[in-house]
Design a protein around this ligand. Structure first.
Ligand code: DC
Length: 235
């Protein structure tokens, strides 16, 4: 039994929610490695979905919806603690990390039929537990009974800086202002949508990582997990 009084008939599920650029993917992967858990990056599913629609000719305009029939299959694979995304048999993990696909993913994530389609898939992927799942609605909607919930935040300036450093190392044309505009637009879309908006789950531990290193955040999370799940045998 865990501290919340729930009997665990699966290994624990730990959720990390938060806005774009807060460091969720990096933290999810490192925390999962520390616990020998799987890291489930659910944004990758929304990005893969957006990418499939783009392949069908969708231009990102929510008014101009692409035909969702005959889309190539999506599969997720775990590789060295990261989620790899396969669309139509092709590994698109790196291709879908662009700002353009991130924004398209945010746009389609407000569509009820897309969320309904991806909800059971996410639960299936975490059915046995032993998972750190990151996204926007992990603790609030997808895994409301998660054993430990975190909400990872950082200031807009810090999040833009992190995104800029990540993106500019891959593409010299990346510009600070564009990243800032995209991030603010995405924050508005993700927090303001009608269905499963980004919220702080009621029972989440909130972490502002603006002035914390990755190692400090991970150590703090481990201390919280050990307090909530005192029997490390569960892990
Ligand atoms: O975490 P990310 O940047 O890869 O996510 C891309 C978009 O997908 C994000 O802006 C909103 C959407 N998303 C979501 O609505 N729910 C999730 N659980 C994960 C991502």
């Amino acid at each position: 039994m865990n501290e919340k009084g729930a009997f665990l008939n699966r290994r624990p599920i730990i959720t990390i929610d938060g806005p774009a650029g807060a460091g969720k993917s990096t933290i999810c992967s490192l925390l999962a490695a520390r616990l020998s858990f799987i890291c489930l990056e659910t944004g990758a599913l929304y990005r893969a979905e957006a990418y499939r629609l783009k392949l069908q000719g969708w231009n990102g305009n929510p008014e101009n919806r692409a035909d969702t029939k005959c889309l190539p299959d999506i599969a997720l694979k775990q590789d060295k603690g990261r989620t790899r995304v396969i669309v139509g048999g092709r590994d698109v993990t790196e291709i879908i990390r662009t700002e353009e696909i991130g924004l398209m993913a945010s746009t389609i994530s407000a569509m009820p039929e897309i969320r309904q389609k991806l909800l059971p898939l996410q639960r299936e992927l975490a059915a046995e537990g032993g998972v750190v799942a990151e996204g926007r609605d992990m603790g609030s909607v997808v895994f409301p009974d998660a054993d430990v919930k975190f909400y990872l935040d950082a200031s807009v300036e810090e999040r833009v800086k992190r995104r800029y450093l990540e993106m500019s190392s891959k593409d010299a044309r990346i510009n600070w202002k564009d990243i800032e505009n995209d991030l603010i637009l995405r924050d508005g879309q993700d927090r303001g949508r009608f269905i499963s908006p980004l919220v702080v789950p009621a029972d989440a531990v909130v972490i502002d990582s603006s002035n914390q290193s990755v190692a400090e955040v991970i150590d703090f999370m481990i201390s919280v997990i050990e307090r909530i799940l005192p029997s490390r045998k569960c892990l």
